[in-house]
Each structure stands twice: as structure tokens, then as C-alpha cells.
Design a protein around this ligand. Structure first.
Ligand code: SF4
Ligand code: SF4
Length: 366
């Protein structure tokens, strides 16, 4: 088929509740072709940073859990720890944050398992089978609970992202399914550069770096590249804007992200389906405590077997959606990319070249 099908539950149409809409999407997909009886099924969802209130609602994930059970699978809700030392830094802290955000074993009707273990280093190195120009990635470390699952449902929030412009299914796979080491291999291509002319030697970046990669040398910041994992926490900590992303960092990051997504998908041999929730479309991602006010009116929920098609369809629907009053948006496509100063489609084009999916899609409204 030249185009991939993307099913669309449009919030503007029909009298269905959101839960009925999700069930209808998964029946039409159909989920039963991805999930076999007795399968361990990872429901991969970002459960939000502590203080973020625009992440995917727990009720939506719970409905997916129910559908997987109906299809005969054994679901668990999962995500991975962060590279930076915030409220999802270890599995223990992540579970506490998830509970604060409404995600518990009881509310989900399934266990919550942090896929990369207590500290975020439990995983398996998997070879990157092919590459597009500009990427020299050989391996990425995939979180162990993802590796050990039989099938996966990736529930992604369609929203903005500082590095990728738009973040959806490709981001959920290519970053969200990796261990800390895996994340570091991808984030490592977008590390902020130190402008010594602006550096006052205040030491805030040194305090911020839990990897011990920053020090002061002759009153100026100095990075140990061997220890640095590319989390860019020092960039955010610098009060003087002396650490800045180098030219091309956001573009490179997206290219590598697509390779991460391909590597995760290959493990499943096609037994993954994707749900994109296009609501609370904030300029920044769910890792941000405040991701900004939504840019457009809530759109609906999409489902597909193709992560590229579902992301492109989400991006296009966001472009066509009504702007929230007061939002100033530049003219032209890729609203979220324009807000974040990068072309969001780089990740999608690279993923298509890698055979992850197709940019051309057909929307089928349910
Ligand atoms: S935080 Fe910024 S200004 Fe302060 S030492 Fe680090 S780079 Fe220099
Ligand atoms: S030096 Fe900066 S980017 Fe590197 S690990 Fe430390 S905080 Fe993260």
C-alpha cells in the first residue's frame, strides 16, 4: 500500500465518550492482530514530570489496558527514567511521581513497571541495522522490560518539544524506550557549547551536573567530554546563557532519534500499535514542569500501525486546528516546529528512509 491508514476519533464529531472512542479505534485497528493470547504487552506512556498537568490522562491509558486484556494480552504500563536528576530520575522516584499524577497499579488495572530498572541502566544493546547520511550510531541500549515484551502499544502525547519541534510516537520509541546509556548516545549529539566570553565562572553548571562532568578551570567552565552524557542540564542551569546549542544540534538529534525508533521497532517485528493523543498541545513536552499553555483546541485521538504516518497526521491536524485565542503563531506549516525553531519533519523523513513507516497517510474517521 502506498499510504498508511490512520484512524481518527475526532473530538468535534459524534456523541461518543473518549473511552468509547478509544475502544472503537482499537477494535478497528484491530488490536487483536498485534496482541496474541498470553502476550506480555508493554503499554508505553510518559506519565508526566512532577508538576506537569498536560500529560496523557490516566483514564486514557487505563482504557488501553482494558482493551489489551480483552484481546487476551497481559499488559503492564511502562516508561523509563530520565537522564537528568529530576522527579523521574530513578524507578523509585518515577513511581512516586506517577502516583502523584494519577498512575498507580490500582488506577491502571495493571502493574506499572519502570522499564530500565531501579537506576535506569537495565537494558540490552541492540545493533542499529541501517543508517541514513549524518548518523554514525552503531548500537543503542533498549530498556530491558521493553526488550522482554512480546508486543507494545505506544500511547503518545502529541505536543511540542524543545529539540524535535513536535514530539509523538517516534519520540516515544526512539528516546522513551531507551535506558540512560541509550538516551546518552542520542542526546550526545546535541550538547550545548560553552561560550567562554560569556562565562562568569559562577559555578552553577558544576553544581547542576550529577555526572561530575563540569568543573571550573582558571575561573571558567570546562567540560569533561568522557563523563558528559549530553543531558544539557548545565545549559538550563547557566544564568548567563553561556551554554548554547551548537548549529544543527536539533536537526542531528532528530536524525539519531529516528534510528533509535527503528531499533526499538525491529525488536517487535511489527507487533506494535500507536495511539497519539492530540489534546493539550503545549509548546514543550511532558518532561517540563510547565509545558506552556496549549496552542490549539483539542483535536482528538489517532491510532495506526505506522508511527511515521500517525506523527505526520498529528502534526498536520495540529496545523489545521483552531488556534487558542491569544496565541500568536507564525504563518505556514509545522506550527510546533516554528515555535521551537526547528523543522519537526526531519525525524519523520529520516524514519521513512529507514523503513519505519510512511509519510503519506489516509485518515479514516471512526
Ligand atoms: S553556569 Fe554559565 S556562567 Fe556559570 S560557570 Fe557555568 S557556564 Fe559559566
Ligand atoms: S556537562 Fe552538562 S550536558 Fe554533560 S552531563 Fe553534565 S549537565 Fe549534562
Amino acid at each position: 500500500m502506498e499510504v498508511s491508514e490512520v484512524l481518527f476519533f475526532n473530538y468535534r464529531r459524534g456523541a461518543k465518550t473518549v473511552y468509547e472512542g478509544i475502544d472503537a479505534l482499537l477494535q478497528k485497528l484491530p488490536l487483536s492482530e498485534v496482541v496474541n493470547k498470553g502476550d506480555l504487552v508493554a503499554i508505553k506512556a510518559h506519565m508526566g514530570e512532577l508538576g506537569n498537568v498536560t500529560h496523557v490522562r490516566p483514564g486514557i491509558v487505563r482504557e488501553v489496558v482494558g482493551a489489551v486484556k480483552t484481546a487476551g494480552g497481559r499488559p503492564f504500563v511502562t516508561d523509563t527514567t530520565t537522564l537528568y536528576p529530576e522527579a523521574r530520575w530513578t524507578a523509585m522516584e518515577y513511581l512516586q511521581t506517577a502516583a502523584a499524577n494519577g498512575f498507580t497499579g490500582e488506577s491502571m488495572g495493571a502493574p506499572i513497571i519502570i522499564a530500565d530498572g531501579l537506576l535506569g541502566y537495565d537494558g540490552t544493546q541492540r545493533s542499529v541495522s541501517k543508517r541514513v547520511d549524518g548518523c554514525d550510531l552503531n548500537e543503542v541500549e533498549v530498556a530491558q522490560a521493553i526488550v522482554e515484551s512480546d508486543a507494545m502499544v505506544a500511547v503518545s502525547h502529541a505536543k511540542g518539544h524543545d529539540l524535535t519541534g513536535f514530539g509523538g510516537a517516534i519520540k516515544n520509541l526512539g528516546m522513551g524506550c531507551l535506558t540512560k546509556r541509550g538516551k546518552a548516545t542520542i542526546h550526545g549529539v546535541s550538547v550545548g557549547e560553552i561560550d567562554l566570553g560569556k562565562c562568569t565562572g559562577c559555578g552553577k553548571c558544576v553544581e547542576s551536573c550529577v555526572y561530575g562532568a563540569m568543573r571550573l578551570e582558571e575561573g571558567k567552565a570546562c567540560r569533561d567530554v568522557e563523563k558528559c552524557v549530553g543531558c544539557n542540564w548545565c545549559l538550563f542551569a547557566c544564568p548567563n546563557e553561556a551554554i548554547k546549542l551548537p548549529d544543527g544540534a536539533k536537526e542531528r538529534f532528530q536524525l539519531y532519534l529516528a534510528h533509535g525508533a527503528m531499533t526499538v521497532l525491529e525488536k517487535f517485528g511489527g507487533r506494535v500499535c500507536f495511539i497519539n493523543v492530540v489534546q493539550d498541545v503545549t509548546p514543550l513536552c511532558d518532561c517540563a514542569t510547565h509545558a506552556g499553555n496549549p496552542v490549539v483546541a483539542d483535536v482528538g485521538i489517532l491510532a495506526s500501525l505506522d508511527p511515521v504516518a500517525i506523527d505526520k497526521a498529528s502534526l498536520d491536524l495540529i496545523d489545521r486546528a483552531e488556534l487558542v485565542p491569544g496565541v500568536l503563531a507564525e504563518e505556514g506549516p509545522d506550527r510546533l516546529g516554528r515555535i521551537n525553531r526547528v523543522d519537526s519533519t526531519i525525524q519523520m523523513c529520516a524514519a521513512e528512509k529507514l523503513g519505519v513507516g510512511k509519510l503519506k497517510y489516509q485518515i479514516i474517521e471512526i
